[in-house]
Design a protein around this ligand. Structure first.
Ligand code: AMP
Length: 466
C-alpha cells in the first residue's frame, strides 16, 4: 500500500517522497485516515513504529486551512521530554516544508522571551513539554481556547515522570471542542483512566513492538560482580566492533559516573541526563549523530525516543527496572532492518535476576549469558603521580585493581575491613554509592572531615536548641 491511499494532499505526499519513504508503516496506514476524518485516536505504539508521522502528516493537511491568531495556537502537541519535543518539531519542518505553517516550541531550559515572541506571532502548531506550557499559560501569555487538535504523545512516559497532573490540567483548560490524538506504548491503569476521561469514542490502533519482534538484534547477558561492572563494560567496548553505542544507566548519578569513568579511560564519550542544560543536551546529541563522539551514556528519560538511526550497540550498564524500558533501550539498535547488538550487564543479585525474568517474560525471548565472556586484567597504566598539595593526579586511566590502596593512606583506612570482615565504606559522604567500588570513588583524598559538615556546625548558635 502506498502513501497516496491515505488521503493526504499532494504537497504532503511530495514531502513524504522527499523524505525517502515509499510505504506507510502500519500505524501510519491506520491512523492517518482517521485523523483526517476528525476522529479521536488512541494509538498504542512506541517510538520506532513511525508514529510521529502518523499524526504530523494528517495534521499538516488539516491545519493548511485557516490561520493562527496571536497567543492562540491551533494545535498542541505535548511531549514528555525536550528532545522528543525538538524531534517532533523537526518532523513538522520536514513533512510541512511545502506548507506555510507556523510553529512554536515551548520547552524548558530555553529563554522565555523568545518563546513568547513565537506565541505572539501566532502558532499553527505548538509543541511543548507540560511544565513549560503551564508556566506560559499561568503568566497569561497563552490562550488554549483556540486548540482544534490536541496530541498527547508518550503518555506512559509522562506517567513515569509524574506529568499526568499537569497533562490533566492542560486538558481541562482546553474548553473548545477539539480532536484528541493519544499515544502510549503501554496502557497502565492511570493511562486508561486518562483516555476514558479525555477521549471521545476513539479509534483504537495497536501496533506490535518492533524491538521485541526484531530478530536482527543479538541480545546477551554479561554476569559480573557489582564492583566489576565498569571493567566489564570497558572490556566489551574494547572487544566489540563498535560503530557507535548508547550505554544506559538506571540513575542519573550513574550516568554521570560512568561517563566520567569512560572519559578517564580515554573513550570518545558524551552524556545525556535530566540535569543538563537543554543547550548541552542538544549539542551532545548532535555530536553523537554526526559521529563526533562514539559513545553516549544516557538515562532512560533523556534517551526516550531519540531518533538516532544507525546505532550498532546498546549496553545496559544496569538491568532496567521496568521491562518496558528494556524494549525501548534495545530498540535504539537494529533499526530499519539493520542488525544490532544489545548487551546487558547483570549481577547475580536477586533483584537483577527478577528483572531479567521480567524482561524475558515480556519479550518472550531467552536472554542467554555470554559464556565466552571472562573478565580480563587490564593493561598496566602509568603510575599515579601525587601532587604536593596532597591531591592525587592520574596521568593515565587507572584500572580499579591497580589504584586500590596506593594513593593515600587515609583512603586505605576508609576501605579497611570492619570487624565483621566486610569492606568498610568511607563514612559521611553525601555522594556515596553502595554499588561503587572503592577505586571508583573521587580521587581526591579527604582532608579533615572531608565534604561532611556535622549538623551541629550548621545550627545557628544564637538560637536555643529545642
Ligand atoms: P518514530 O516512530 O516516529 O520515532 O519514527 C521512527 C523512524 O522511522 C524515524 O527515523 C522516521 O524518520 C522513520 N520513518 C517514519 N515513517 C517511515 C516510513 N513510512 N518509512 C520509512 N521510515 C519511516
Amino acid at each position: 500500500m502506498g502513501f497516496e491511499l491515505l488521503g493526504l494532499s499532494d504537497a504532503t505526499l511530495k514531502a513524504v517522497a522527499d523524505a525517502g519513504y515509499t510505504e506507510p508503516t502500519p500505524i501510519q496506514a491506520q491512523a492517518a485516515p482517521q485523523v483526517l476524518m476528525g476522529r479521536d485516536v488512541l494509538g498504542i505504539a512506541q517510538t520506532g513504529t513511525g508514529k510521529t508521522a502518523s499524526f504530523t502528516l494528517p495534521m499538516i493537511d488539516i491545519l493548511a486551512e485557516g490561520r493562527a491568531r496571536a497567543r492562540m495556537p491551533r494545535s498542541l502537541i505535548l511531549e514528555p521530554t525536550r528532545e522528543l519535543a525538538a524531534q517532533v518539531a523537526e518532523s513538522f519542518e520536514k513533512y510541512g516544508k511545502n506548507h506555510k505553517l507556523s510553529m512554536a516550541l515551548l520547552i524548558g531550559g530555553v529563554n522565555f522571551a523568545d518563546q513568547e515572541k513565537a506565541l505572539d506571532r501566532g502558532a499553527d502548531v505548538l509543541i511543548a513539554t507540560p511544565g513549560r506550557l503551564l508556566d506560559h499559560f499561568e503568566r497569561g501569555k497563552l490562550l488554549l481556547n483556540g486548540i482544534d487538535i490536541l496530541v498527547i504523545d508518550e503518555a506512559d512516559r509522562m506517567l513515569d515522570m509524574g506529568f499526568i497532573p499537569d497533562v490533566e490540567k492542560i486538558c481541562e483548560r482546553i474548553t473548545k471542542k477539539h480532536q484528541t490524538l493519544f499515544f502510549s506504548a503501554t496502557m497502565p491503569p492511570a493511562i486508561q483512566r486518562l483516555t476514558k476521561k479525555f477521549l471521545d469514542d476513539p479509534k483504537k490502533i495497536e501496533v506490535s513492538r518492533p524491538a521485541t519482534a526484531g530478530t536482527n538484534i543479538k541480545q546477551l547477558l554479561i554476569a559480573v560482580g557489582p564492583r566489576d561492572k565498569r571493567k566489564a563494560l570497558r572490556q566489551l567496548l574494547r572487544s566489540e566492533d563498535i560503530k557507535n553505542a548508547i550505554i544506559f544507566c538506571n540513575r542519573k548519578r550513574d550516568v554521570k559516573e560512568v561517563y566520567a569513568s569512560l572519559g578517564r579511560h580515554e573513550f570518545s564519550v558524551g552524556q545525556l541526563h535530566g540535569d543538563m542544560e537543554q543547550r548541552e543536551r542538544m549539542e551532545t546529541l548532535r555530536q553523537f549523530k554526526e559521529n563526533e563522539i562514539q559513545l553516549l551514556v544516557a538515562s532512560d528519560v533523556a534517551a526516550r525516543g531519540l531518533d538516532v538511526p544507525d546505532v550498532s550497540h546498546v549496553f545496559n550498564f544496569d538491568v532496567p527496572g521496568h521491562a518496558d524500558d528494556y524494549v525501548h533501550r534495545i530498540g535504539r539498535t537494529g533499526r530499519a532492518g539493520r542488525s544490532g547488538t544489545a548487551y546487558t550487564i547483570t549481577t547475580k543479585s536477586k533483584i537483577d535476576s527478577k528483572l531479567v525474568d521480567a524482561i524475558q517474560a515480556l519479550t518472550k525471548t531467552d536472554l542467554p549469558i555470554d559464556t565466552d565472556f571472562h573478565l580480563e586484567r587490564e593493561s598496566r597504566p602509568k603510575k599515579a603521580v601525587a601532587k604536593t598539595d596532597g591531591a592525587a593526579e592520574q596521568t593515565q586511566p587507572e584500572p580499579e585493581s591497580r589504584t586500590r590502596g596506593k594513593q593515600d593512606h587515609r583512603r586505605d583506612r576508609s576501605t579497611e575491613r570492619s570487624p565483621r570482615g566486610d569492606r568498610r565504606w568511607p563514612r559521611d559522604r553525601g555522594d556515596r554509592n553502595l554499588n561503587m567500588a572503592p577505586d571508583d570513588m573521587p580521587k581526591e583524598p579527604f582532608v579533615g572531615m572531608g565534604p561532611h559538615v556535622p549538623a551541629f556546625l550548621l545550627q545557628d548558635p544564637t538560637k536555643k536548641a529545642k
